[in-house]
Design a protein around this ligand. Structure first.
Ligand code: THU
Length: 139
């Protein structure tokens, strides 16, 4: 993915933090997922008073995309931090979200950990989930 596209995804992920529903943790996360055809699917974290139904920003974006018929992906930008401040460090995806990526993405899928449009760390699914489990590779 080129640098401009990475910056665009980070910008959208930062914007999506404004939609986060996080009254319990006050930790706002935004994500922007790029489909192979160029469509961008955004997401935010959505918390719940009983805690376990909480869904992360990354999975919100993936489930929106899958339910719209998108099945091929290039990369995702993730930005998170306290809801009252701009991010000052990277926010890495949780293990559950990495496993969802594993279900739908190839090993070179880009995971862009954004602090700002100028400051980001770019990883891949392979580096962030080594030896990950894929059922279709087990049978
Ligand atoms: N969260 C995400 O949305 N994505 C991540 O990558 C890490 C954590 C959310 C879940 C919860 O609403 C809040 O951040 C604190 O864990």
């Amino acid at each position: 993915m080129d640098k401009d596209t990475q910056r665009l995804l980070v910008r959208k992920a930062l914007e999506m933090r404004g939609r986060a529903y996080c009254p319990y943790s006050h930790f706002a996360v935004g994500a922007a997922l790029l489909g192979k055809d160029g469509t961008i699917y955004t997401g935010c974290n959505i918390e719940n008073g009983t805690l376990t139904p909480t869904v992360c920003a990354e999975r919100t974006a993936f489930f929106k995309a899958i339910s719209e018929g998108q099945r091929e992906f290039e990369g995702i930008a993730i930005c998170g931090g306290h809801e009252d401040r701009e991010p000052d460090r990277i926010c890495a995806p949780c293990g559950v979200c990495r496993q969802v990526m594993m279900e739908f993405c190839h090993k070179d899928f880009e995971i862009i950990l954004g602090i700002s449009e100028e400051n980001m760390v770019v990883e891949t699914l392979e580096t962030m989930l080594p030896y990950g489990f894929r059922l279709d590779e087990q049978m």
